[in-house]
Ligand binder design. Structure first.
Ligand code: AMP
Length: 363
């Protein structure tokens, strides 16, 4: 049954549907349970991190229309933790039950060219960029955007996958082959001082809350640590938060929007990419804020008021990647470490197995 706009919140006991079954879904399920909601996971992967702690799970492909329809009929609202979903899946579900965020938001955020074009339209600064559909386009783009530059596939890129760096114009042919000759975007290389992100929650009523800007440090293109809040000039932090809120409002996001940005040595803030879901750089909010990013998503999906975001304390989040997780006996015995493990049976290089949050002060 579709919830009419302006209707009362979903009562505890209701079921939130979650597209995607990884650790982001797992932590959302835990937050949902705390508020008395059930989570029903839809994922092609059996016994994934989310399914292990969810009330129900459907194991099916994202293009299995019968499974999607049965899922939509079994839940009260749908949200997602994974954005590379076929828009047709969301459109099908949207006809049966509300989906937050909408298929329209995904259409923009799934595509690097669309999202940067959208940001520019709002007057938000980005790296110089150009769309590339062919080797000829790339030659033209390289003439316009002088290397160093990065060629990225428009879609399905994450953790540095689908990217090739061009040091010189002559690298164009190699880079074009390296990304599989897929529709792409060429971006000028930003000589940044550090990488930032801001997570914004936006409710069904348009209310907005932004977590403070954090600094993200990557290792081999994978997030390694998040420093919360970022130790940057107040004006840059304010600008990062302004950008994230403007994007969430401009896109009419209902849910979360995580915006990754670069800060230049002179304090300018450039938007890099965004994702309409919980984000690895917001995991620290579980331990350091009165409302975590996951609880905020549950609140939005259920039509509850947003919770307060002001952190109790600065925090440092470290990802446990691959065999980092073997340190769990030491970490779980360390009174300064808050250990979160995702229930993944198999350790693989580059796989996010868990994270640790360290708080500056105990709340
Ligand atoms: P992305 O998938 O766009 O987040 O890119 C992965 C990482 O590559 C970023 O976190 C940056 O460290 C780096 N990167 C991406 N785009 C640029 C750029 N235009 N200039 C400099 N570094 C970049």
């Amino acid at each position: 049954m579709k919830k009419p706009p302006g209707s009362s919140p979903l009562p505890p006991g209701s079921t939130i549907g979650m597209l995607g079954g990884g650790q982001l879904g797992r932590m959302t399920a835990l937050a949902a349970a705390r508020l008395g909601y059930k989570l029903h996971v839809f994922s092609p992967e059996p016994d994934g991190p989310a399914a292990q702690v969810a009330h129900r799970s459907t194991v099916a492909a994202y293009d299995d229309e019968d499974a999607l329809e049965a899922f939509a009929r079994a839940v009260d609202v749908v949200t997602l933790e994974f954005e590379n979903l076929p828009p047709a899946a969301l459109e099908l579900i949207q006809r049966i039950v509300p989906v937050h965020p909408s298929a329209q938001v995904l259409r923009v955020t799934q595509d690097r060219l669309e999202e940067k074009t959208f940001a520019r339209r709002l007057g938000i600064e980005t790296a110089p960029f150009a769309g590339v559909d062919s080797h000829g386009d790339l030659e033209k783009a390289v003439a316009m955007i002088a290397p160093p530059a990065i060629l990225k596939t428009r879609r399905f890129g994450y953790d540095g996958k689908g990217q090739a760096r061009l040091e010189r114009r002559e690298d164009a042919a190699r880079a074009w082959r390296a990304i599989g000759e897929a529709p792409a975007i060429l971006e000028g290389f930003v000589d940044f001082a550090l990488e930032l992100s801001v997570i914004v929650a936006r409710g069904q009523d348009g209310a907005v809350r932004a977590y403070p800007a954090v600094e993200n440090r990557h290792c081999h293109h994978i997030l390694a640590t998040t420093i919360a809040p970022a130790a940057i000039p107040a004006a840059a932090a304010k600008e990062a938060e302004r950008i994230a809120v403007a994007l969430a409002q401009g896109l009419d996001v209902v849910g979360l929007l995580a915006v990754e940005m670069f800060m230049t040595p002179d304090g300018r803030v450039l938007m890099n990419e965004m994702a309409p879901r919980p984000h690895n750089s917001g995991h620290w909010t579980i331990d350091a804020c009165p409302t975590s990013q996951f609880e905020q998503l549950v609140r939005v999906a259920a039509g509850l008021p947003l919770g307060p975001v002001e952190p109790y304390t600065p925090a440092l989040m470290t990802n446990l990647i691959g065999h980092d997780v073997d340190a769990w006996p030491r970490l779980v015995a360390d009174p300064t470490a808050r250990l979160h493990l995702y229930g993944k049976a198999e350790v693989r290089p580059g796989r996010k197995m868990g994270h640790v949050t360290r708080l500056k002060r105990q709340p």
